[in-house]
Design a protein around this ligand. Sequence first.
Ligand code: GUN
Ligand code: FE
Length: 446
Amino acid sequence: FYGTVIHSASLKEIAILENALLVIDSSGSIASLEAGVEREKVTERLGALNAAECRFTELGKGQFIMPGFVDTHNHAPQWLHRGQGQGLQILEWLNQVAFLNESLFKDPNHARRVYPMVVKGMLRSGVTTASYYGSLHGEATKILADVCLEMGQRALVGKCNMARNAADFYVDASVEESLQVTRDCINHIKALDPKGELLRHVLTPRFAICCDESLLGGLGEIAKEYPEMPIQTHFDESEQEKNFTMTLFPQFTNEADLYETFGLLNERSILAHCTIMTPYETQRLQDLNCGIAHCPTSNMTVGGGFMAAHIKDFLNRGMKVGLGTDSGGGYSISMLNAMRHSLINSFARDFLDKRDGSDTVTLEEAFHMATIGGAHVVGFGNEVGDFQIGKQFDAILVDITSSRNGVNAPLEEVDSLRTVLEKFIMTGDDRNIAQVYVRGRLVHGC
Ligand code: GUN
Ligand code: FE
């Protein structure tokens, strides 16, 4: 690729490389990245290569390459009903909306029909890596894993553990069965991708409300057996959820101690929400290097955490923070939407705290969370998330020229490269995502 290349250099800096030459090798890894290369030099370099072996793309004004988005929290079986029941508290939303719809995945044919739509929709939205909650069903979860691999999306996939406090038509038959199905899914995913290069199993206790001590303990044992395996759950989402959790586990005073006791809180943990946290819990998560999946959309629409998340504080502390769409409590699968909502959420938090607006989430931080920050949260930070040499090429080709954008934030001659990026983030959508690559493979666009 020759043209503009943009990636996150740090929480404070977006590197915007002009006239950059980005070379991807045949294994899908980044071989070199050089900024400020003259056009004649590119011609020379191309001349030295066998044209048949090399695909060359030259980007024009209004086009750039950036890392693919990482959605750190997504419920694949909530695809069809996402956005329904907005305004409900979390336990009502689960009972009235989510469980009914997720239970349909008992039928593998339903999974075979819906999951390709999920992965296709996510890829066209530029999500190159997703951390998926499956339903509780083993067959459907294996189908989701198959589909991710076939369609080329980098993914964590987990069978959802939920053996109590769900619905009588949608609950694991027993703790033993829940653990057995989990092991079966682990084996299936390991057989598909033994080294976990693109596809990994993620332990997925839905949340402590749905898991008793023996289930949490059993999953903690599996976490010990597989010291690389990521773990995801919902953490401190809302008052309603926290209060119920504490009545179920009276021996604990907070969720951090609860999950830690069962071996589920460590540097592999991907904790969704983290809205109403005590200072003790924040410190514990920081000390244990846990990852935070910030889901600003669902925090504001279902759930009940609303504006409570202190994301700027987590970022200032240097904690690992990524963004999650939380589709379908979150109504949108767009990571652009999640970025925008992370800004709005932070501005509101700042106002409610009666501060002066000088320390809110910035565009640089939102971009970081949506790409490399999220990659670190889900355990792929050494492989993807930015364009360091040797990393794998998971990227999107953005195009905000008028042919794609219509009347939406039209590209102007005077626009700086920074403005082009800002227009994409604040007003773009999947029409502006012309191509999507995972490990060098074109998985969307042409
Ligand atoms: N807590 C437990 N399950 C869920 C879910 O599906 N969505 C959200 N937002 N919170 C949860
Ligand atoms: Fe969720």
